[in-house]
Design a protein around this ligand. Structure first.
Ligand SMILES: *Cc1c(COP(=O)(O)O)cnc(C)c1O
Length: 290
């Protein structure tokens, strides 16, 4: 049983020599294969499932999903059965992500993309509830009170005295978790990995509903490249250079964008040089295998 994760993975300041005032919070090292960010988000759901006496957790994701991967691992670790509904066209090959999931005992159910597209509809989940009456369901990457709570765990590995914390933003759950437990005066920065302006507005609205004031955080626009899940030659080049300079590998969907954003602010815009900064490495490297 791994009730607590190892949360001591803070890399010394000199790892990223160009940015000596930055520490990298190595969420990618919390577990040798599974990503930190998703483990943190899942933790409270496992507690709930246990309290509700559920012996099965179901969720949904893509073929390279960090979320399903973490869920399968944790289900195996905690002795709870898991089912993953996986977006797939018929005939698509099995990914290393799915092989891991299966090996950890997750039952995989492949669903057509048009079915997967309904995953935010209540009908999608009521069907699952009908088919698996005693299951505990988790929405994909979902913004939920529990996942937000779990994301507060990051603070245990952020050095005391940090003035600014930077994280990539997908659903914004990690950002919200950081903000809800932020020490007084610490600013939290989110780097959205998507371009959609309604995404920005929805995020601001959701944070507002949690009672978070806009003065507590910043969103840095303009660093999502061509948009969600899309890379570019510039980002790839940044990730390659970063990896060879620091020995730290960045995933192409999330961390390459947040690290590139911070690098740009510090070196090109000469901002924040007087602050103690921590940037979260939210993991996701398992998805790189093909
Ligand atoms: C899901 C994920 C994120 C995004 O986190 P949110 O809490 O959804 O904003 C960031 N990094 C990695 C590696 C992820 O898998």
């Amino acid at each position: 049983m791994t009730e607590e994760f190892n949360t001591t993975f803070v890399v010394p300041n000199d790892t990223w020599a160009e940015c000596p005032n930055v520490v990298i919070v190595r969420g990618d090292l919390i577990h040798p294969i599974v990503s930190g960010n998703k483990l943190y988000k899942l933790e409270p759901h496992f507690k709930n499932a246990k309290n509700l006496n559920k012996s099965l957790i179901v969720s949904v994701g893509g073929r390279y999903s960090n979320h399903l991967h973490a869920l399968a691992w944790m289900g195996n670790d905690r002795g709870i059965a898991t089912i993953g509904f996986v977006r797939s066209y018929s005939g698509q090959s099995v990914t290393p992500t799915m092989l891991d999931c299966a090996q950890w005992g997750m039952q995989l159910k492949y669903i057509e993309p048009r079915v997967y597209d309904e995953r935010y509809e209540t009908s999608f989940w009521s069907q699952i509830e009908k088919d698996y009456p005693d299951s505990y369901a988790i929405a994909e990457g979902g913004w939920s009170e529990d996942s937000i709570l779990g994301s507060s765990q990051w603070w245990s590995s952020i050095p005391i005295g940090t003035n600014l914390v930077v994280t990539a933003v997908g659903s914004g759950t990690t950002l919200a978790g950081l903000l809800l437990s932020a020490p007084q005066g610490v600013k939290v920065v989110g780097v959205p990995v998507y371009r959609d302006p309604t995404g920005y507005q929805d995020l601001r609205d959701s944070l507002h509903k949690l009672g978070i004031s806009p003065s507590q955080y910043e969103l840095w626009p303009g660093y999502a490249g061509k948009g969600f899940g899309r890379s570019s030659a510039q980002l790839k080049q940044f990730a390659d250079a970063f990896w060879s300079q620091t020995g730290v590998q960045l995933d192409p969907v999330y961390n390459v964008k947040s690290f590139h954003a911070l690098h740009d602010k510090l070196l090109n815009q000469r901002a924040f040089g007087d602050l103690k900064i921590a940037i979260l490495h939210t993991g996701g490297l398992q998805g790189l295998r093909s």
